[in-house]
Design a protein around this ligand. Structure first.
Ligand SMILES: NC(=O)c1ccc[n+]([C@@H]2O[C@H](COP(=O)([O-])OP(=O)(O)OC[C@H]3O[C@@H](n4cnc5c(N)ncnc54)[C@H](OP(=O)(O)O)[C@@H]3O)[C@@H](O)[C@H]2O)c1
Length: 268
Protein backbone atom coordinates (compact mmCIF):
# COMPACT_ATOMS: atom_id res chain seq x y z
CA UNK A 1 0.00 0.00 0.00
CA UNK A 2 1.04 3.60 -0.60
CA UNK A 3 2.80 5.36 2.26
CA UNK A 4 -0.02 7.15 4.04
CA UNK A 5 1.43 10.29 5.67
CA UNK A 6 -1.87 10.47 7.52
CA UNK A 7 -0.84 7.62 9.81
CA UNK A 8 2.82 8.60 10.40
CA UNK A 9 3.54 8.89 14.14
CA UNK A 10 -0.08 8.30 15.15
CA UNK A 11 -0.96 6.41 18.32
CA UNK A 12 -3.66 3.88 17.50
CA UNK A 13 -5.49 1.67 20.00
CA UNK A 14 -7.13 -1.41 18.49
CA UNK A 15 -9.50 -3.64 20.46
CA UNK A 16 -10.03 -7.18 19.22
CA UNK A 17 -6.42 -7.12 17.98
CA UNK A 18 -5.70 -10.80 18.72
CA UNK A 19 -7.33 -12.13 15.54
CA UNK A 20 -9.30 -11.40 12.39
CA UNK A 21 -9.95 -7.81 11.36
CA UNK A 22 -8.17 -6.29 14.39
CA UNK A 23 -5.02 -8.34 13.80
CA UNK A 24 -4.99 -7.42 10.12
CA UNK A 25 -5.51 -3.74 10.94
CA UNK A 26 -2.46 -3.92 13.23
CA UNK A 27 -0.42 -5.43 10.40
CA UNK A 28 -1.47 -2.81 7.85
CA UNK A 29 -1.12 0.13 10.23
CA UNK A 30 2.32 -1.01 11.43
CA UNK A 31 3.73 -0.13 7.97
CA UNK A 32 3.62 3.60 8.63
CA UNK A 33 5.73 4.28 11.70
CA UNK A 34 2.69 4.19 13.94
CA UNK A 35 2.60 3.37 17.65
CA UNK A 36 0.06 0.69 18.43
CA UNK A 37 -1.77 -0.50 21.52
CA UNK A 38 -3.23 -3.98 21.09
CA UNK A 39 -6.11 -5.18 23.26
CA UNK A 40 -8.31 -8.25 23.72
CA UNK A 41 -8.54 -10.94 26.41
CA UNK A 42 -5.80 -13.33 25.24
CA UNK A 43 -2.40 -11.86 26.12
CA UNK A 44 -0.46 -14.66 24.38
CA UNK A 45 -2.29 -14.03 21.10
CA UNK A 46 -1.66 -10.29 21.40
CA UNK A 47 2.05 -11.02 21.99
CA UNK A 48 2.02 -13.21 18.87
CA UNK A 49 0.52 -10.37 16.84
CA UNK A 50 3.02 -7.91 18.36
CA UNK A 51 6.00 -10.05 17.38
CA UNK A 52 4.64 -10.46 13.83
CA UNK A 53 4.68 -6.69 13.23
CA UNK A 54 7.59 -4.80 11.73
CA UNK A 55 7.54 -2.12 14.46
CA UNK A 56 10.19 -1.70 17.17
CA UNK A 57 9.00 -3.52 20.33
CA UNK A 58 8.84 -0.17 22.16
CA UNK A 59 6.28 1.08 19.66
CA UNK A 60 3.76 -1.69 20.32
CA UNK A 61 2.08 -2.14 23.69
CA UNK A 62 -0.04 -5.12 24.67
CA UNK A 63 -2.92 -4.18 26.96
CA UNK A 64 -5.14 -7.17 27.77
CA UNK A 65 -8.72 -6.38 28.76
CA UNK A 66 -12.16 -7.91 28.92
CA UNK A 67 -14.85 -5.92 27.08
CA UNK A 68 -17.39 -7.83 29.15
CA UNK A 69 -16.06 -6.28 32.37
CA UNK A 70 -17.47 -2.72 32.30
CA UNK A 71 -16.08 -1.84 35.74
CA UNK A 72 -12.51 -2.21 34.49
CA UNK A 73 -12.69 -0.32 31.20
CA UNK A 74 -12.33 3.29 32.34
CA UNK A 75 -9.10 2.34 34.11
CA UNK A 76 -7.91 0.45 31.02
CA UNK A 77 -8.58 3.50 28.83
CA UNK A 78 -6.64 5.73 31.22
CA UNK A 79 -3.81 3.18 31.18
CA UNK A 80 -3.86 3.21 27.36
CA UNK A 81 -3.71 7.00 27.38
CA UNK A 82 -0.58 6.96 29.55
CA UNK A 83 1.33 4.45 27.38
CA UNK A 84 2.35 6.97 24.68
CA UNK A 85 0.79 10.09 26.24
CA UNK A 86 -2.14 10.30 23.77
CA UNK A 87 -4.50 8.29 21.60
CA UNK A 88 -5.03 9.65 18.09
CA UNK A 89 -7.26 6.84 16.82
CA UNK A 90 -9.38 4.44 18.84
CA UNK A 91 -10.63 1.43 16.89
CA UNK A 92 -13.55 -0.19 18.71
CA UNK A 93 -13.40 -3.48 16.87
CA UNK A 94 -13.55 -6.29 19.45
CA UNK A 95 -16.86 -8.14 19.47
CA UNK A 96 -18.79 -11.39 19.43
CA UNK A 97 -21.62 -12.68 17.29
CA UNK A 98 -24.70 -14.83 17.85
CA UNK A 99 -26.44 -17.80 16.26
CA UNK A 100 -29.71 -18.30 18.15
CA UNK A 101 -33.39 -17.54 17.69
CA UNK A 102 -35.03 -14.82 19.79
CA UNK A 103 -36.95 -17.36 21.88
CA UNK A 104 -33.85 -19.49 22.48
CA UNK A 105 -31.72 -16.56 23.64
CA UNK A 106 -31.62 -15.76 27.34
CA UNK A 107 -31.77 -12.14 28.38
CA UNK A 108 -28.39 -12.72 30.04
CA UNK A 109 -26.98 -13.47 26.57
CA UNK A 110 -28.72 -10.39 25.09
CA UNK A 111 -27.05 -8.27 27.77
CA UNK A 112 -23.65 -9.93 27.35
CA UNK A 113 -23.63 -9.20 23.61
CA UNK A 114 -24.71 -5.59 24.24
CA UNK A 115 -21.98 -5.22 26.87
CA UNK A 116 -19.19 -6.51 24.64
CA UNK A 117 -20.27 -5.02 21.30
CA UNK A 118 -21.83 -1.75 22.42
CA UNK A 119 -21.26 -0.57 26.02
CA UNK A 120 -17.54 -1.36 26.07
CA UNK A 121 -16.94 1.04 23.20
CA UNK A 122 -19.12 3.66 24.86
CA UNK A 123 -16.95 3.53 28.00
CA UNK A 124 -13.64 3.66 26.09
CA UNK A 125 -14.92 6.53 23.94
CA UNK A 126 -16.23 8.60 26.87
CA UNK A 127 -12.95 8.13 28.75
CA UNK A 128 -10.79 9.21 25.81
CA UNK A 129 -12.93 12.02 24.37
CA UNK A 130 -11.84 14.74 26.86
CA UNK A 131 -8.15 14.28 26.00
CA UNK A 132 -8.92 14.18 22.28
CA UNK A 133 -10.97 17.36 22.50
CA UNK A 134 -8.25 19.06 24.57
CA UNK A 135 -5.75 18.26 21.78
CA UNK A 136 -8.18 19.42 19.09
CA UNK A 137 -8.38 16.11 17.27
CA UNK A 138 -9.20 12.45 17.64
CA UNK A 139 -10.70 9.75 15.46
CA UNK A 140 -12.97 6.98 16.67
CA UNK A 141 -13.54 3.99 14.42
CA UNK A 142 -16.39 1.65 15.27
CA UNK A 143 -16.66 -1.73 13.59
CA UNK A 144 -20.37 -2.42 13.29
CA UNK A 145 -21.84 -4.81 10.68
CA UNK A 146 -24.34 -5.04 7.85
CA UNK A 147 -26.62 -6.35 10.58
CA UNK A 148 -26.24 -2.89 12.13
CA UNK A 149 -28.47 -1.78 9.25
CA UNK A 150 -31.16 -4.47 9.18
CA UNK A 151 -32.46 -7.31 11.35
CA UNK A 152 -31.52 -10.86 10.38
CA UNK A 153 -32.47 -14.37 11.58
CA UNK A 154 -30.41 -15.74 14.49
CA UNK A 155 -28.83 -12.33 15.12
CA UNK A 156 -31.38 -10.47 17.31
CA UNK A 157 -28.94 -9.39 20.04
CA UNK A 158 -26.04 -9.00 17.65
CA UNK A 159 -28.08 -6.85 15.25
CA UNK A 160 -29.40 -4.78 18.17
CA UNK A 161 -25.86 -4.13 19.45
CA UNK A 162 -24.62 -3.19 16.00
CA UNK A 163 -27.61 -0.87 15.38
CA UNK A 164 -26.93 0.79 18.75
CA UNK A 165 -23.38 1.56 17.67
CA UNK A 166 -24.68 3.70 14.80
CA UNK A 167 -26.85 5.74 17.13
CA UNK A 168 -24.02 6.38 19.57
CA UNK A 169 -21.12 7.20 17.24
CA UNK A 170 -23.21 9.30 14.84
CA UNK A 171 -24.25 11.36 17.87
CA UNK A 172 -20.61 11.68 18.97
CA UNK A 173 -19.79 13.03 15.52
CA UNK A 174 -22.70 15.46 15.55
CA UNK A 175 -21.80 16.80 19.01
CA UNK A 176 -18.01 17.04 18.72
CA UNK A 177 -17.28 17.57 15.02
CA UNK A 178 -16.46 21.21 15.69
CA UNK A 179 -13.96 20.12 18.36
CA UNK A 180 -11.96 18.12 15.81
CA UNK A 181 -13.50 14.72 16.54
CA UNK A 182 -14.14 12.38 13.63
CA UNK A 183 -15.88 9.02 13.60
CA UNK A 184 -15.88 6.28 11.01
CA UNK A 185 -18.55 3.59 11.09
CA UNK A 186 -17.42 0.35 9.49
CA UNK A 187 -20.08 -1.88 8.00
CA UNK A 188 -18.51 -5.22 7.07
CA UNK A 189 -20.42 -7.97 5.31
CA UNK A 190 -19.00 -11.48 5.51
CA UNK A 191 -15.28 -11.45 6.16
CA UNK A 192 -12.95 -14.46 6.46
CA UNK A 193 -12.33 -14.51 10.22
CA UNK A 194 -13.18 -16.70 13.21
CA UNK A 195 -16.18 -14.56 14.23
CA UNK A 196 -18.69 -17.40 13.70
CA UNK A 197 -16.59 -19.78 15.86
CA UNK A 198 -17.05 -17.57 18.92
CA UNK A 199 -20.71 -16.74 18.10
CA UNK A 200 -22.98 -17.57 21.04
CA UNK A 201 -25.45 -20.37 20.37
CA UNK A 202 -28.79 -21.15 22.09
CA UNK A 203 -26.97 -22.27 25.26
CA UNK A 204 -25.09 -18.97 25.46
CA UNK A 205 -21.79 -20.74 24.62
CA UNK A 206 -19.50 -20.35 21.61
CA UNK A 207 -20.86 -22.49 18.77
CA UNK A 208 -17.38 -23.40 17.43
CA UNK A 209 -18.64 -23.67 13.86
CA UNK A 210 -16.99 -22.01 10.88
CA UNK A 211 -19.97 -20.71 8.91
CA UNK A 212 -20.07 -20.91 5.13
CA UNK A 213 -20.48 -17.12 5.02
CA UNK A 214 -17.19 -16.49 6.82
CA UNK A 215 -15.28 -19.36 5.21
CA UNK A 216 -16.02 -18.00 1.74
CA UNK A 217 -16.28 -14.35 2.71
CA UNK A 218 -14.10 -11.43 1.70
CA UNK A 219 -10.41 -11.88 2.58
CA UNK A 220 -9.62 -10.04 5.79
CA UNK A 221 -6.69 -8.25 4.10
CA UNK A 222 -9.10 -6.49 1.71
CA UNK A 223 -11.42 -5.56 4.57
CA UNK A 224 -8.54 -4.01 6.57
CA UNK A 225 -7.37 -2.06 3.51
CA UNK A 226 -10.89 -0.68 3.00
CA UNK A 227 -11.01 0.43 6.65
CA UNK A 228 -7.56 2.04 6.62
CA UNK A 229 -8.33 3.90 3.38
CA UNK A 230 -11.71 5.04 4.67
CA UNK A 231 -10.29 6.39 7.93
CA UNK A 232 -7.50 8.20 6.08
CA UNK A 233 -10.15 9.93 3.94
CA UNK A 234 -12.14 10.70 7.11
CA UNK A 235 -15.12 8.83 5.69
CA UNK A 236 -18.07 8.63 8.04
CA UNK A 237 -19.11 5.27 6.61
CA UNK A 238 -17.07 2.41 5.19
CA UNK A 239 -18.84 -0.53 3.55
CA UNK A 240 -16.72 -3.63 2.98
CA UNK A 241 -17.69 -7.13 1.95
CA UNK A 242 -19.35 -9.07 -0.86
CA UNK A 243 -22.81 -8.88 -2.39
CA UNK A 244 -24.44 -9.11 1.06
CA UNK A 245 -23.52 -5.43 1.51
CA UNK A 246 -26.05 -4.64 -1.24
CA UNK A 247 -28.81 -5.46 1.25
CA UNK A 248 -27.94 -2.24 3.10
CA UNK A 249 -28.81 -0.27 -0.02
CA UNK A 250 -31.83 -2.44 -0.83
CA UNK A 251 -33.11 -1.68 2.68
CA UNK A 252 -32.58 2.06 2.10
CA UNK A 253 -34.30 2.27 -1.28
CA UNK A 254 -36.64 -0.77 -1.33
CA UNK A 255 -37.34 -1.55 2.33
CA UNK A 256 -40.20 -3.98 1.64
CA UNK A 257 -37.91 -6.09 -0.53
CA UNK A 258 -35.23 -6.10 2.17
CA UNK A 259 -37.75 -7.36 4.75
CA UNK A 260 -38.73 -10.23 2.44
CA UNK A 261 -35.08 -11.15 1.76
CA UNK A 262 -34.32 -11.20 5.51
CA UNK A 263 -37.41 -13.36 6.19
CA UNK A 264 -36.39 -15.88 3.58
CA UNK A 265 -32.68 -15.91 4.45
CA UNK A 266 -31.16 -19.30 5.21
CA UNK A 267 -30.91 -19.85 8.99
CA UNK A 268 -27.09 -19.75 9.33
N1 LIG B 1 -16.05 -11.42 10.20
C1 LIG B 1 -17.21 -10.95 9.81
O1 LIG B 1 -17.88 -11.52 8.92
C2 LIG B 1 -17.76 -9.69 10.44
C3 LIG B 1 -18.88 -9.08 9.84
C4 LIG B 1 -19.40 -7.93 10.39
C5 LIG B 1 -18.82 -7.39 11.53
N2 LIG B 1 -17.74 -8.00 12.12
C6 LIG B 1 -17.20 -7.39 13.32
O2 LIG B 1 -15.80 -7.27 13.23
C7 LIG B 1 -15.26 -7.21 14.55
C8 LIG B 1 -14.04 -8.09 14.61
O3 LIG B 1 -14.42 -9.45 14.45
P1 LIG B 1 -13.62 -10.49 13.53
O4 LIG B 1 -14.46 -10.78 12.37
O5 LIG B 1 -12.24 -10.04 13.34
O6 LIG B 1 -13.70 -11.80 14.46
P2 LIG B 1 -12.64 -12.51 15.41
O7 LIG B 1 -11.47 -12.96 14.63
O8 LIG B 1 -13.42 -13.50 16.19
O9 LIG B 1 -12.15 -11.33 16.36
C9 LIG B 1 -12.90 -10.89 17.47
C10 LIG B 1 -11.95 -10.15 18.39
O10 LIG B 1 -12.70 -9.65 19.51
C11 LIG B 1 -12.02 -10.01 20.70
N3 LIG B 1 -12.98 -10.19 21.78
C12 LIG B 1 -14.08 -10.99 21.81
N4 LIG B 1 -14.67 -10.94 23.02
C13 LIG B 1 -13.93 -10.10 23.78
C14 LIG B 1 -13.99 -9.64 25.11
N5 LIG B 1 -14.95 -10.05 25.96
N6 LIG B 1 -13.05 -8.78 25.55
C15 LIG B 1 -12.05 -8.37 24.75
N7 LIG B 1 -11.93 -8.75 23.47
C16 LIG B 1 -12.85 -9.61 22.98
C17 LIG B 1 -11.29 -11.32 20.37
O11 LIG B 1 -10.15 -11.48 21.18
P3 LIG B 1 -10.00 -12.41 22.47
O12 LIG B 1 -10.67 -13.71 22.19
O13 LIG B 1 -8.49 -12.52 22.63
O14 LIG B 1 -10.61 -11.66 23.60
C18 LIG B 1 -10.85 -11.04 18.94
O15 LIG B 1 -9.62 -10.35 18.93
C19 LIG B 1 -16.39 -7.64 15.49
O16 LIG B 1 -16.92 -6.50 16.15
C20 LIG B 1 -17.43 -8.24 14.56
O17 LIG B 1 -18.73 -8.11 15.06
C21 LIG B 1 -17.20 -9.13 11.59
Amino acid sequence: MKNHKFYEGKVIWITGASSGIGEELAKVLSQWNTRLILSSRRREELERVKSSLGLKPGNVFVLPLDLNDPGSLEEKANEALKVFGKIDILINNGGISQRSLVMETSVATDRKIMEINYFSGVILTKTLLPSMIARGHGHIVAVSSVTGKFGFPLRSAYAASKHAMYGFYESVLAEYYDKGIRTTMVCPGRIQTNISMGALGPDGQAQNIMDHGQKYGMPVEKCARDIVNGVRKSKQDVYTGGKEVLLVFIKRFFPQLAYVIARKAKRV
